[in-house]
Design a protein around this ligand. Structure first.
Ligand code: URA
Length: 245
């Protein structure tokens, strides 16, 4: 119903919401409010600039305008081959696959996945949300499925659980549950985001990552309806599953 949202709904004004959702012009929307045809939560409202809360219900001529869409956070199934950067020159950018109606000048990926990593990626133009997901004190876990070559040592699980030292860093990684899933396959949960961390951890254990896929952030699994390359707004349930609010 609403195709052109560009800001979190909790910041949106009533007249803008009505215009977006109905196709009325600004003048027509104001006229409808003036003539008491617009209700918020069942009460006629003539305040054009009333700021709407996410749970407000708006109706015009008794017709509910539907769930207020919040397009401030997008969930994406990142395919391999795209760079999570605004500046990369030699690879197509993740921003190139954002559908036109979801584009926003301040859209950023929430953290980064390497070009050859696939899987669950969030994008947002809400700077505060971005910081919350990444904040180390929240210990929001991200799970990676790994294909690797080489042999991992018998104490690999214990070493990751204790906090592994990796190249380029002076302090050990936070304890990270490693699960050995079969020959050349493992999963690792990280509560921090050091550069190329999974690849460095597997390298520190003597292996080499050959395929990497993220399938969970917090309590949110990569939604099954998203094929590689697809994205859509995060639903409210999915947002609470992430656990960053
Ligand atoms: N760790 C990596 O090495 N690469 C990623 O893309 C994400 C985590």
């Amino acid at each position: 119903m609403c195709e052109h949202a560009a800001m979190p709904l909790d910041q949106e004004m009533l007249d803008r919401f009505v215009v977006r959702c109905t196709g009325l012009s600004w003048a027509e929307a104001h006229n409808a409010m003036h003539h008491k045809r617009v209700a918020v939560n069942g009460h006629m409202c003539q305040k054009y600039h009333r700021r709407l809360r996410p749970d407000d219900r708006v109706a015009v001529d008794g017709v509910d305008l539907g769930d207020p869409p919040d397009r401030s956070i997008l969930v994406c199934h990142k395919p391999v081959g795209l760079a999570c950067s605004h500046a990369e020159q030699d690879a197509p950018l993740i921003y190139g696959i954002v559908p036109q109606h979801l584009r926003h000048p301040d859209l950023n990926t929430v953290g980064r996945l390497d070009r050859n990593t696939s899987g669950l990626l969030l994008l947002t133009f809400d700077g505060k949300y971005l910081v919350r997901v990444a904040a180390p004190e929240r210990k929001l876990r991200k799970r990676y499925r790994i294909g690797y070559s080489g042999e991992l040592p018998p104490d690999a699980v214990e070493r990751c659980a204790a906090g592994l030292m990796i190249d380029g860093f002076d302090t050990p990684c936070r304890p990270a549950p490693l699960v050995l899933e079969g020959p050349g396959r493992a999963s690792l949960e990280l509560a921090e985001g050091r550069h190329h961390q999974v690849k460095r951890m597997i390298a520190a254990l003597g292996g080499k990552v050959v395929a990497l896929h993220r399938d969970r952030i917090g309590g949110l699994d990569l939604p099954a309806d998203l094929a590689p390359g697809e994205m859509r707004p995060l639903t409210r349930d999915e947002r609470s599953a992430v656990g960053a609010d």
